[in-house]
Design a protein around this ligand. Structure first.
Ligand SMILES: Nc1ncnc2c1ncn2[C@@H]1O[C@H](COP(=O)(O)OP(=O)(O)OP(=O)(O)O)[C@@H](O)[C@H]1O
Ligand SMILES: O=C(O)C1=C[C@@H](O)[C@@H](O)[C@H](O)C1
Ligand SMILES: [Mg+2]
Length: 174
């Protein structure tokens, strides 16, 4: 296992937000898989879904993930669906410590209602979150560290992840 810290979890669990704060605190480089896809594609994620379809997006997601995981010492934040391919999960487990963030359905809907950037939630955030959570209920359990973010401040979640990183030997105590 290499020394990247990889955040997985359903849309809206706060991977990108928490990853940015964690990397700043630890002086690690933060890379976000969705942002890497946007850079490579030269368009937004909703445009990519609309113009090329989800299968094309998933292929690009796997390719960008493989490239990013050639690096060391990253805080890598993934998209909510990056765990859907077994090949990606294997790469993540080999690439570092995988931490899964979660939150209750109600909290996810509250967080996601304000945002228009997620094509899989178009047409009704509450119904789409419910259906996708049901479909993906076992998709994040492979991660050795599980953190429920419901009702927690970002700083509190960052502290929990730091503790897990120390316990798993990824970083020292100070
Ligand atoms: N602990 C938290 N408490 C309250 N709001 C939060 C928390 N963490 C993140 N948010 C808010 O929830 C929204 C989604 O967060 P973010 O984009 O970080 O999620 P994500 O897990 O990266 O989602 P995606 O899988 O779609 O990339 C943002 O508006 C963010 O400010
Ligand atoms: O959960 C998902 O399948 C997705 C989550 C987002 O991070 C993006 O990767 C995209 O909108 C798809
Ligand atoms: Mg994100």
């Amino acid at each position: 296992m290499r020394n990247n810290l990889i955040l997985v979890g359903f849309m809206g669990t706060g991977k990108t937000t928490v990853g940015a704060a964690l990397s700043e605190e630890l002086g690690m480089i933060h890379r976000d898989l969705d942002e890497g896809i946007v850079e490579r594609a030269g368009c937004t994620i909703p445009q990519l879904f609309e113009q090329k379809g989800e299968a094309f997006f998933r292929d690009m997601e796997a390719a960008v993930l493989a490239d990013l995981l050639k690096q060391h010492g990253l805080v890598l934040t993934t998209g909510g669906g990056a765990v859907l391919r077994a090949e990606n999960v294997q790469r993540m487990l080999e690439g570092g410590l995988v931490v899964a963030l979660s939150a209750t359905e109600e909290e996810l809907v509250r967080r996601l209602e304000r945002d228009q950037n997620r094509p899989l939630l178009a047409g009704g955030v509450a119904q789409r979150v419910k259906a996708l959570l049901e479909q993906r209920k076992d998709s994040y359990t492979f991660a050795p560290v599980q953190i429920d973010t419901t009702g927690k401040e970002v700083a509190e979640i960052v502290a929990e992840i730091r503790l897990a990183m120390v316990e798993k030997g990824l970083i020292g105590k100070d």
